[in-house]
Design a protein around this ligand. Structure first.
Ligand SMILES: [Zn+2]
Length: 210
């Protein structure tokens, strides 16, 4: 017996099983079916919303690291990343975990992006005016008419090659303000495999919503 994501119940039986027998089988299993449909609904309610509990994984530069949650009053509350693991000292992790992670990712993005933009902009000889870190959910980067660049802190969860693609993309807008074929040709000259990174972001970007 199987329950689909749409809460349909599928029963596999031999071909000649009488309908009455199938019905009584389902009646016997009624409690089990109800319990599983409810569990599935609970899981779907939490889909897309991260749980801040031990054993959950959080991405940093493309690599998932496990979280360990604990509560010690004599230690400072908050999030620490140490030896390939996140440690969250918090007494109400589901309420506060998210803001601790946002704070941590923002500070990492604040260190990483200016440094990487600087080195890529020197390589490409394209100088932005100013760099800003945003909290955008799906807009990974942008370049204003005045060549001010902005990057979502969430991008720090992506692999470095994907981050490079977004930075190169926004830097190239200093030269070309649109997404013309000329623009993509320029991207291709400096990053021949850029389509790979673009698709990666489209397929995996949803994992970076906290
Ligand atoms: Zn663009």
């Amino acid at each position: 017996m199987q329950i689909t994501r749409q809460s349909d119940v599928i029963v596999s039986v031999p071909y000649f099983t009488p309908t009455s027998e199938i019905k009584s089988f389902i009646e016997q299993k009624y409690d089990w079916i109800q319990k599983n449909i409810q569990r599935q609904k609970d899981e779907q309610d939490h889909a897309g919303e991260k749980l801040y509990i031990s054993g959950q994984y959080f991405y940093y530069l493309g690599i998932p690291y496990p979280l360990e949650v604990f509560f010690r009053q004599n230690l400072p509350p908050g999030l620490v990343f140490w030896s390939n693991r996140f440690y969250l000292n918090c007494n109400d992790q589901q309420a506060k975990g998210k803001s601790y992670f946002i704070e941590w990712y923002k500070s990492k993005a604040g260190e990483y992006f200016p440094r990487r933009v600087d080195s890529l902009s020197n390589e490409l000889r394209l100088q932005p005016r100013h760099i800003r870190i945003t909290s955008a959910q799906t807009r990974w980067g942008s370049c204003s008419g005045e060549n001010n660049l902005a990057f979502s802190f969430r991008l720090i969860m992506a692999p470095q090659a994907v981050i490079d693609y977004v930075i190169i993309h926004e830097l190239m807008h200093i030269k070309e303000k649109n997404h013309s074929s000329q623009f993509w040709k320029l991207i291709e000259t400096v990053m021949p495999e850029y389509k790979l990174h673009r698709h990666w972001l489209k397929a995996h970007g949803h994992k970076f919503i906290l």
